[in-house]
Write a protein that binds this ligand. Structure first.
Ligand SMILES: *Cc1c(COP(=O)(O)O)cnc(C)c1O
Length: 372
């Protein structure tokens, strides 16, 4: 793929790589008999829904808007959970959802009559076991509002409940699932025989190179053998993992003790998790600082001092007009990006399997001013 003449900034979904991820997820479904949903929170690349719907059972949504997108555009099963639902929205959510997951007994009691008979209802529990890397992304941290703890659970209010849901992982291995599942079964195992389905949430890093896929399959198969229930997984990141890039252009090179390249993108606005998690995005063809002959700090085109991607080294000096390709910038980016500081949102494109580039969405001034 020649990125030389493409408009930037732009996120490009690489269809071949996405298909490889989907094929691996389809293999997990086939071998384990679990059903896999796309978590729209992490990867709502709408132009690829037609491809994804051929492999995945549907979407998990976190409220009305994601549920609508799943219903209208993905057009398979819709599983909706929210920390709390609103009176004004709940009927529409019920109407378009297959599964509805409540975060508390008060929400379940409040909406039970409206939901029963129309949607399969479940409860999110907190297994209180987790090894998520950072508290921002740990649903089981102390005083977490997400999911019902064993202490708050009411075995007497389960009439009508068909499923249990937990979500406790973030970019984690099958080992971590094993631990969480153990905690879940210790606390809530006595309820599972009364359920039709158990949802293992997201955070399974299934498509990462060294993820133990066979172990995941074994864990699910053994669980299903113990309880005879449907098992759902709802990964977001694992679907879009390593399947797309953010391409930017060098606008200027300035010097202040070091060489600094200013790009027509933004870490803050277009790659938010690099600052929040934080982590360093790989740049195609570049190394760590000083690894190659020419080192530059890469920075964004906003006025935020910390809008910096990091220090990278290149084989040749950077020139104004050069393209910089950030790897793995398609999940948790387009769903989170902003027009902070008026910066242009990156366009969206698909690199088809034959290498051709199709621009599917363009953004400009209107997207900025409309929300203000
Ligand atoms: C975020 C989230 C997911 C997806 O998590 P990934 O880490 O992207 O796999 C799934 N289910 C729930 C309830 C979530 O909050």
């Amino acid at each position: 793929m020649n990125y030389k003449n493409i408009p930037t900034p732009i996120y490009i979904s690489e269809e071949k790589k996405l298909k490889e991820n989907l094929e691996l997820l389809a293999y997990v479904q086939e071998k384990s008999a679990a059903k896999i949903l796309l978590a729209l929170k992490g990867f709502a690349f709408k132009a690829s829904f037609p491809l994804m719907r051929a492999y995945l059972h549907g979407c998990c949504a976190s409220g009305l808007h994601e549920a609508r997108l799943a219903h209208e555009a993905f057009q398979r099963e819709v599983h909706t959970y929210a920390p709390a639902f609103k009176d004004k929205e709940i009927d529409e959510i019920i109407h378009i959802s297959n599964h509805l997951v409540f975060n508390s007994f008060s929400q379940w009691q409040k909406y039970k009559e409206r939901a029963l008979g129309k949607v399969s209802c479940g409860l999110r529990v907190n297994p209180e076991v987790s090894a998520a890397p950072t508290n921002l992304y740990n649903p089981c941290s102390t005083h977490s509002r997400l999911g019902i703890t064993k202490k708050e659970f009411r075995d007497d209010l389960l009439d009508g409940i068909e499923g249990l849901h937990f979500h406790a992982l973030c970019e984690q291995d099958a080992d971590a699932l094993e631990l969480v599942l153990k905690g879940f079964e210790e606390k809530f195992g006595h309820l599972i025989p009364h359920m039709k389905w158990i949802n293992f949430g997201g955070g399974h890093h299934i498509t990462r190179n060294d993820y133990d896929v066979e172990k995941l399959i074994m864990i699910i198969k053994e669980f299903k053998a113990r309880y005879d229930v449907e098992v759902y997984l709802e990964p977001g990141e694992a679907v879009g993992w390593q399947t797309g890039v953010l391409v930017a252009t060098v606008l200027d090179i300035v010097h202040n003790g070091i060489d600094i390249a200013i790009l027509d993108t933004s870490a803050e606005a277009h790659m938010p998790d690099t600052l929040i998690m934080p982590y360093r995005a790989e740049v195609r063809g570049a190394g760590k600082a000083e690894e190659k002959a020419y080192t530059y700090r890469l920075g964004g085109n906003t006025c935020l001092a910390g809008d910096i991607m990091g220090d990278y080294s290149f084989d040749a000096p950077l020139k104004i007009g050069d393209k910089i390709i950030f790897e793995d910038q398609i999940h948790y980016t387009i769903v989170k990006n902003t027009t902070f500081n008026g910066i242009k949102l990156p366009d969206l494109a698909i690199e088809r399997e034959d290498g051709s580039l199709e621009i599917v969405k363009k953004f400009g001034y209107d997207d900025y001013q409309r929300r203000l």
